[in-house]
Design a protein around this ligand. Structure first.
Ligand code: PLP
Length: 382
């Protein structure tokens, strides 16, 4: 078609960081370079064998459509996890909807609530790009709030104009936070929860890194408040299942009911054999502790190097990421490009929003051995 119709909302979404990084990496690979890839948050540790087996064992002889409500076994396993991990009791039938990964549920969530008169979706900058994509594709207005090191990268609703909060449909919080690795305090979550009740908006709390921590286990929003709140979790980072596509949305039963109605339409139900693997994943914590120990070793090695190399790290108390200040004389893009000259791939902070300027994000993805090699090269770069 010569002049295909265009969706202006699609044009307004900044180009996906993954696509751009992939293109640059492919060019380097074509040139025969071995990459030290700290760019994407897609770990290389094998999926634990018992999870792969759970999926294989559940592949049925006869294939039938999965339910958008997920299997009862999955909803029960999720409820068990929320109880064990956070001490939160939820009704598996009224307060949980399984999803095909966090990204999918984040993208679709605004569709469950749009049209109610409120048009704004508040989100962190820097932040996970799908909050904006989902808002725009639902015809809503994204409002990006800069997060600063000085206040621990917390998105404070009390600092926002009342008029904005009264027009806000959804407010995204994401702790532990991608890309800064910041973690929320209980006080903070209580402040956000109170603001949600006062102004009548929905808090969407993306908690997909809740189990990748290095000091204290992070809280779930559901520990402090359920009313007006939806929490989103994922098997991806916790269990090494990024390719399986499984997560869930849980929280306020009235909101969950709306999400369920919406989700019966787009055909986003997770296949039952994936759900069987997810049941095994949410029912076990030992494999998660093992993964945390691996990420901790990588983190310790990189933190020691950054200290020695004079690079300051901010936030970074949890998640798969270190949020590293660029050295004097550089901005995010110039430093990322300088590292790329040495085949070291990091994400410029600005890939997550304008307020990411001055930082690069370093993922704990390469193996320890690869980190040693990368550090030898990085040492030579100022
Ligand atoms: C903050 C955040 N939310 C959601 C996701 C998506 O996770 P999933 O693999 O469950 O779709 C990611 C993935 O990197 C993320 O960083």
């Amino acid at each position: 078609m010569r002049n295909p119709p265009r969706n202006p909302a699609l044009d307004a979404i900044p180009r996906n960081l993954m696509v751009e990084l992939d293109e640059r990496k492919a060019a380097l690979r074509r040139a025969g370079r071995k990459l030290h890839d700290f760019g994407l948050g897609d770990p290389l540790e094998p999926t634990p064998p018992f999870l792969r087996e759970a999926l294989r064992a559940a592949v049925p002889e006869v294939s039938q459509y999965p339910s958008p409500l997920g299997t009862p076994a999955l909803r029960r396993a999720v409820a068990g996890y929320l109880d064990r991990r956070f001490g939160v009791t939820v009704d598996p039938d009224r307060q949980i909807v399984p999803a095909t990964g966090a990204k999918e549920s984040i993208f679709h969530l605004p569709l469950a609530f749009r049209g109610s008169g409120r048009t704004r979706v508040v989100m962190p900058d820097p932040g996970y790009p799908t909050y904006e994509a989902g808002a725009r594709m639902a015809g809503l207005e994204p409002v990006k709030v800069p997060l600063r090191p000085a206040n621990g990268f917390l998105l404070e609703p009390d600092d926002l104009p009342r008029s904005l909060l009264d027009e806000t449909l959804l407010l995204w919080v994401n702790y532990p936070h991608n890309p800064t690795g910041a973690v929320a305090t209980r006080d903070y979550l209580e402040r956000v929860g109170r603001a949600a009740l006062r102004h009548g908006f929905v808090v969407a709390s993306d908690e997909c890194y809740a189990d990748i921590w290095f000091d204290e286990p992070p809280l779930s929003f559901l520990e402090v408040q359920v009313e007006n709140v939806l929490a989103i979790h994922s098997c991806s980072k916790r269990s090494g299942m990024t390719g399986y596509r499984s997560g869930f949305v849980a929280g306020d039963p009235d909101l969950v009911a709306q999400v369920k109605r919406m989700r019966s339409h787009p055909g986003v139900a997770s296949p039952d054999f994936v759900s069987a693997a997810a049941v095994a994943a949410w029912s076990d914590d030992a494999h998660v502790a093992e993964r945390r120990a691996i990420f901790r070793r990588k983190r310790d090695r990189l933190l020691a190097f950054f200290r020695e190399h004079g690079l300051r790290v901010q936030g970074s108390g949890a998640t798969l990421y270190l949020w590293v200040e660029v050295p004097p004389g550089h901005n995010s893009a110039s430093y990322a490009l300088r590292l790329l000259d040495e085949a070291i791939v990091v994400s410029p902070g600005t890939a997550f929003g304008a307020a990411g300027e001055g930082f690069v994000r370093v993922s704990l993805v390469p193996t320890l051995g690869e980190i040693e090699e990368a550090v030898e090269r990085w040492r030579t770069i100022r």
